[in-house]
Design a protein around this ligand. Structure first.
Ligand SMILES: *Cc1c(COP(=O)(O)O)cnc(C)c1O
Length: 399
């Protein structure tokens, strides 16, 4: 039982980590090296869609790792074919490229849109993205992101990502030129504070894209794979995007991501795209296990009803504390606070005893909830009960 202090580790300090080390997890619960338990409503930033150590993922890892791990992406392997067929069968897309992270899938989407622009639109290369959006941490995806300050960090940026305002169609129309190849967005902005794109906006966007001969790319890295109560968030909106990216939930905690596109957009030629670990049978076998679980009859309906339940409980809590409200879709929800105390609430929740609670604060005045899709009603009740007493005790809330 060693306490690890930051000055003792050789890890690069890329984030402020609390002074604890997690040792194991199961479902909605994590345990640290001191034996303290934590109720986890972060789940590796929504990646662990089936919770910690889910049986389906463990079985897929065990079976596939003893059979075949890495024949190289230059050869077919059965799990990647199976996963690609499952994804195309259950979506409006025709072809899939597998990647290892959401950022890498988005890089692929950006490359595909630029290739399409070169081939079909006289070299159009600009991709309109949105203020406060988040698409990843590679240079191109940071440039595509609209996080304040990121335009200066690691300058110069990758060119060609003019920024519009979410849910403001005129701000998009104003940026369309003959150079525009695509519009790319999150259907629920996650890092920005769980802000859903409206039905009207998405339909206007689809219409604008059609009229301007521009591709529509949806980044469903956070919203995909059941998070919103449907397999993909675009299904709630009744639109057909041209390109979609997936990450996080598709691997159930294992690094896996995907780029999906409709056939008429698939214009990569041999040599344009690749990567050493892309679509390896170990990670794609896990993807198959995750999808099979999520597509079990009743699973998604259950996610939707637990999302409604979490929303209702947060609404009551919000009213009781005189807060501005809650928002989100399915099991991706945000609670708006009256002032910038989200960070201190996250810390109080972590330090709660005897059991801790893991919450996330993507904005200084907002808590984000992204539990396992397998979270129980009792665990939701427990989280709300604990959060209520933390807010009761919190002086920060009323300052
Ligand atoms: C997390 C996230 C990404 C980046 O995914 P990584 O796997 O961290 O590279 C991209 N887009 C959205 C919407 C995300 O939430």
């Amino acid at each position: 039982m060693n306490a690890v202090f930051p000055q003792n580790t050789s890890l690069m300090r890329i984030t402020e980590r609390p002074d604890l080390v997690f040792s194991h997890g199961s479902g909605s619960w994590l345990t640290d090296e001191q034996g303290k338990r934590y109720l986890d409503f972060v789940q590796g930033w929504a990646a662990n869609c089936l919770g910690h150590a889910p049986a389906a993922v463990l079985q897929a890892l065990n079976e596939q790792s003893s059979r075949l791990v890495n024949p190289s992406p230059a050869f077919y392997n059965r799990p990647s074919i199976e996963l690609a067929e499952c994804l195309t069968k259950h979506s409006v897309f025709d072809q899939v490229f597998f990647a290892n992270s959401g950022a890498e899938a988005n890089e692929g989407a950006i490359k595909l849109a630029r290739k399409w622009g070169r081939r079909h639109k006289a070299g159009a290369f600009e991709i309109i993205t949105f203020e406060n959006s988040f698409h990843g941490r590679t240079l191109a995806t940071m440039s595509a992101s609209g996080k304040p300050g990121w335009d200066k960090l690691f300058a110069p940026q990758v060119d060609g990502f003019p920024k519009a305002k979410l849910n403001d169609i005129d701000s998009v129309t104003a940026l369309i030129t003959s150079n525009t190849a695509a519009i790319m967005l999150e259907l629920v902005q996650g890092e920005a504070g769980v802000i859903p794109a409206t039905y009207e906006f998405i339909h206007s966007l689809r219409e604008l894209a059609n009229l301007s001969n521009v591709l529509l790319i949806v980044d469903e890295v956070q919203t995909g794979i059941g998070r919103t109560g449907k397999l993909f968030a675009y299904e709630h909106l009744g639109i057909v995007p041209d390109i979609m990216t997936l990450g996080k939930g598709i691997g159930g905690g294992i690094p896996l991501a995907a780029l999906l596109a409709r056939e008429e957009v698939c214009c990569f030629e041999v040599g344009d795209q690749g990567g050493t670990f892309n679509g390896n049978p170990l990670t794609t076998a896990v993807g198959v296990a995750v999808l099979n679980t999520i597509l079990t009859p009743g699973f998604l309906g259950d996610v939707a009803s637990k999302g409604d339940y979490l929303a209702a409980r947060l609404k009551i809590l919000s009213t009781n504390f005189g807060l501005p409200g809650e928002r989100g879709v399915g099991l991706l929800r945000g609670l708006v606070l009256t002032n910038n105390c989200a960070g201190s609430i996250v810390l109080s929740a972590l330090q709660r005893a005897p059991d801790g609670l893991l919450l996330n604060a993507p904005r200084p005045n907002l808590l984000r909830f992204m539990p396992a899709l397998t979270v129980t009603h009792q665990e939701i009740d427990l989280m709300v009960e604990w959060l209520t007493s933390i807010l009761d005790d919190s002086t920060a809330l009323h300052q």
